[in-house]
Design a protein around this ligand. Structure first.
Ligand code: UDP
Length: 344
């Protein structure tokens, strides 16, 4: 079948990147990945081939090195769109090493946009986060909600990158862009071949749960049960990573087909459903039959009480909807954890 276009996926060997590459290949896009492998493994490329039958092109490259990036674009003249995932993402580490985060996450986006302009690449989809809303005044949060004071240097890099892209477009450069504001991506591909592989102690809830269930961690610490929510634990909108990946394909198609309403747009990607930490734990136990060892401890600094998406705008405009249930998604995370530990 003919290719629908060639997409550069930065950070394409990472967690959300790799799932998106699979969905792009399933939809007959050609894919080239660049990644510096700072938080991922080249072995993911073989897993993608096992799932899709296609091994995507790969170039190990740091986006902060502009000469290398220019050379990459010069050699790959058939690229017409970019999905930009590559970034550092550990919130806690970003508060301790802000300059590391600002340099990497901002310089890479600036280099990318400059190279896109030089090489006449017109479409960019940016991996953003609901962290831009902070603790929203109204729930569920829709795209008209104001961007709030950032809660961490990491969060600030997401807000700033959105602005960098928006202002670059509004200045009249020949680029169209979509920022996708993710709520909480979890789970793994149903093949259990790709999934989330945190390096060291996981920061996020679901990898911590699966590592506890498999015995790598003694117990899950639940950070606070004195929030103003039904069971006192914070509420998030947990979205299946494959559902999330499909939204990227929809966003790329929207740009390629010129269906976008303005040159710069942004969408919330969630399920529209909020779940507490205890609900996630119990859903995991139901889905897997594993009993989880957990303990309530004090709040984690910087955590917001509750956030979940109003997804109606994304549903309508992108023609996309998150479909998987929480239990199904947690089961996929567990199946991946088991398969990964078997082999590593
Ligand atoms: N959480 C927890 N224990 C952990 C990790 C996370 O209780 O070991 C809670 C955290 O307080 C938050 C929710 O799980 O309420 C989701 O946290 P995560 O770090 O996955 O996402 P984020 O806080 O960025 O939404």
């Amino acid at each position: 079948m003919n290719s629908k276009g060639k997409i550069l996926v930065t950070g394409g060997t990472g967690y959300i990147g790799s799932h998106t590459v699979v969905e792009l290949l399933n939809e007959n896009y050609e894919v080239a990945i660049v990644d510096n492998l700072s938080n991922s493994d080249e072995g993911v490329l073989d897993k993608i081939r096992e799932i899709t039958g296609v091994k995507p092109e790969f170039c190990q490259l740091d986006l902060c090195d502009k000469d290398d990036l220019q050379e990459f674009f010069a050699k790959n003249r058939d690229i017409d769109s970019v999905i930009h995932f590559a970034a550092y993402k550990a919130v806690g580490e970003s508060t301790k090493k802000p300059l590391k985060y600002y340099r990497n996450n901002l310089v890479s986006t600036i280099n990318l946009l400059e190279c896109m302009i030089d090489h006449k690449v017109t479409n960019i989809v940016f991996s953003s986060s609901c962290t831009v809303y902070g603790q929203p005044d109204q729930l569920p949060v829709d795209e008209t909600a104001p961007v709030k004071e950032p809660l961490s240097p990491y969060g600030n890099t997401k807000q700033t990158n959105e602005r960098v892209i928006q202002y670059t477009i509004e200045a009249g450069n020949p680029i169209k862009g979509i920022s996708l504001r993710y709520f909480n991506p979890i789970g793994a591909h149903p093949s259990a071949k790709i999934g989330e592989i945190p390096r060291g102690v996981p920061n996020n809830l679901v990898p911590y749960i699966t590592q506890t269930a498999i015995g790598i961690r003694d117990e899950l610490k639940v950070f606070g049960n004195d929030y103003n929510t039904p069971d006192g634990t914070p509420i998030r909108d947990y979205i299946n990573v494959v559902d999330l990946a499909k939204a990227h394909v929809a966003a790329i198609a929207r740009l390629i087909d010129n269906k976008n309403k303005t040159a710069y747009e942004y969408f919330n990607l969630g399920t529209g459903r909020g779940n507490t930490v205890l609900e996630v734990i119990h859903a995991f136990e139901r889905a897997t039959g594993k009993k989880l060892n957990y303990k309530i401890v004090g709040r984690r600094p910087g955590d917001v009480e509750q956030v979940y998406a109003d997804t109606s705008y994304a549903n309508k405009e992108l023609g996309w909807k998150a479909e998987k249930t929480l239990e199904e998604t947690l089961r996929s995370a567990w199946e991946f954890e088991k398969a990964y530990r078997d082999k590593n």
